[in-house]
Design a protein. Structure first.
Length: 254
């Protein structure tokens, strides 16, 4: 029998299978040598007209049930077309509402009165947008982290992010954005600020962490965030965590 979707519906017969009637197989000979057919006579040799009527559709009978299951689904009248989205983005780009950074990545353009022109895209935001797009985990390398924190005045030749994805390189304006595949040792930290700070401190090295650097880092994060970073980085390398403790201690003591 066909599996029923509704327990109240009658079971659907399989074509060619023997029919059941009250627990007795229909089609076997009775005691009088005749056959118990699926239709009973009315005494005149004709089938019973009540038994030969088709089932009433819409009442849960097998005919209406089978017809309902065989109804073809109507395809959507307006199928999704990705080209329409590209066209809409292109129009907004032409109107100056958004700016195309690289293929598939847009931002809202910013203008500088001092530069009398548009400001370059935020490389860190572009990097994280690509990471979301491709489901990568990323973290800046040491030099990039120092630059993002303002601890280094040198403009790097390229902004490098460590990634669990493939090696990739993009040109954003005049800047090269590179992703290097590697094991992410600091990926266990919950806060992006924790990963940024740990990478920057590790790039300096244990013996190059000065009071000036600690003071500069303290200005980058408010007191509440520094305390959260302190809790988040408990598993960091010993001397790195000691530097973060120093930053938090000085912040709490004013």
């Amino acid at each position: 029998m066909k599996r029923k979707n509704n327990p109240n519906q009658p079971e659907l017969p399989i074509e060619g299978a023997p029919k059941q009637n009250g627990g007795q197989t229909i089609g076997k000979k009775d005691a009088n040598g005749g056959e118990n057919g699926s239709q009973k006579g009315n005494g005149n040799g004709d089938p019973d007209p009540q038994k030969s009527k088709p089932a009433n559709p819409g009442t849960g009978s097998r005919e209406s049930h089978v017809l309902a299951e065989n109804v073809a689904l109507t395809p959507p009248s307006h199928p999704f077309k990705p080209g329409k989205i590209d066209l809409a983005l292109h129009r907004r780009e032409q109107d100056g509402v958004i700016r195309r950074v690289i293929r598939g990545i847009y931002d809202y353009p910013r203008h500088s009165k001092a530069l009398r022109g548009p400001v370059s895209p935020d490389i860190d935001q572009v990097a994280h947008a690509l990471a979301r797009k491709f489901a990568w985990r990323i973290q800046p390398d040491g030099a990039t982290a120092q630059n993002l924190l303002g601890l280094s005045t040198q403009v790097p030749a390229q902004n490098v992010y460590l990634s669990d994805g493939p090696d990739r390189s993009y040109t954003v304006g005049k800047t090269v954005l590179a992703f290097e595949h590697t094991a992410l040792k600091e990926a266990g930290f919950k806060l992006p600020e924790s990963r940024l700070l740990v990478q920057a401190l590790k790039a300096y090295g244990e013996n190059r962490i000065t009071r000036k650097i600690i003071a500069q880092v303290r200005k980058k994060f408010d007191s509440a965030l520094r305390q959260r970073i302190l809790v988040d980085t408990k598993t960091a390398t010993g001397w790195v965590y000691a530097a973060i403790q120093e930053i938090a201690k000085e912040a709490s003591n004013g």
